[in-house]
Design a protein around this ligand. Sequence first.
Ligand code: PBG
Length: 323
Amino acid sequence: MERLRKLRATPVIRKMVRENHLRTEELIYPIFVIEGQNICNPVDSMPGICQYSLDRLPEELDRVMEAKISSVLLFGIPLHKDEVGSGAYHENGIVQSAIRYIKSKEKYRDLVVIADVCLCEYTSHGHCGLVRNGVILNDETLPLLAKTAVSYAKAGADMVAPSDMMDKRVGAIREALDRSGFLSVPIMAYSAKFASAFYGPFRDAAHSAPGFGDRKTYQMDPANGREAMREVEEDILEGADFIIAKPAMAYMDIIRNIHTDYNIPIVAYNVSGEYSMVKAAALNGWIEEKKVVMELLIGLKRAGAKMIITYHALDAARWLEEE
Ligand code: PBG
């Protein structure tokens, strides 16, 4: 009979046998950029998270640099929305402008800027694709997603991350990027994205709640793990360079299964509702925030995630540095 406690006897031995590690460069920090001036709007349901107008963005970017975070994921909140989400692919759209700003500053030059590609923040109906007679259209949406991705790449985005869940969008985006000469811009695809109530606080932050119905005709049923693997396979065939699994905590089996079956970097998206739950409990003094966050993040690594998109990134980076 083995006495496994031998390997837990001292901090040094525990460190020696530690199987998984979290590194700062594996953290991706989401940032909300909003059209307008002098805005630093706290998001009520996400304590610590704000929407920033471009002129206030440097405050947040400086915190990112100081924490030695390598990468940010940009979401845009436009002033005007329309039926076809034209703000998403406008040359001077909010995300395009934010990317150009970041890339124009020497001190942010090495920051990896990932642009989320979706229409929901830009459409008046709040859906991720075009709508006709209450139906979310698939193939008609693809050219707009492709156009959005290309305009982000033109602005200087290092990667694009389609989160819309239309069928065939990865292929359409890859083809459009290649045709426009952006052969080396990777696609970080939200492949296993579930229709989740955990996105609630994000929709407050990004003003992107659907105006009617829900997203169940395009995002996945939380009951379906095997189907997620078909989504992943399809996206890899279409040219995905990274696979995002989302949400993270209630979907760790999905992360593990992708890790077992595919040789591709997996990104776990620790979404807004997961963040808010932890924050709410921590603010009430019910849990120890640092320990809980680090345990959740290492759990995602253990499940098979290579990188983690998380609103805790600034704190986590600081805690990693302290260790
Ligand atoms: C846009 C998008 C959403 C999230 C990321 N991209 C919202 C949604 O699908 O409704 C959610 C992120 C989060 O909850 O942190 N399609």
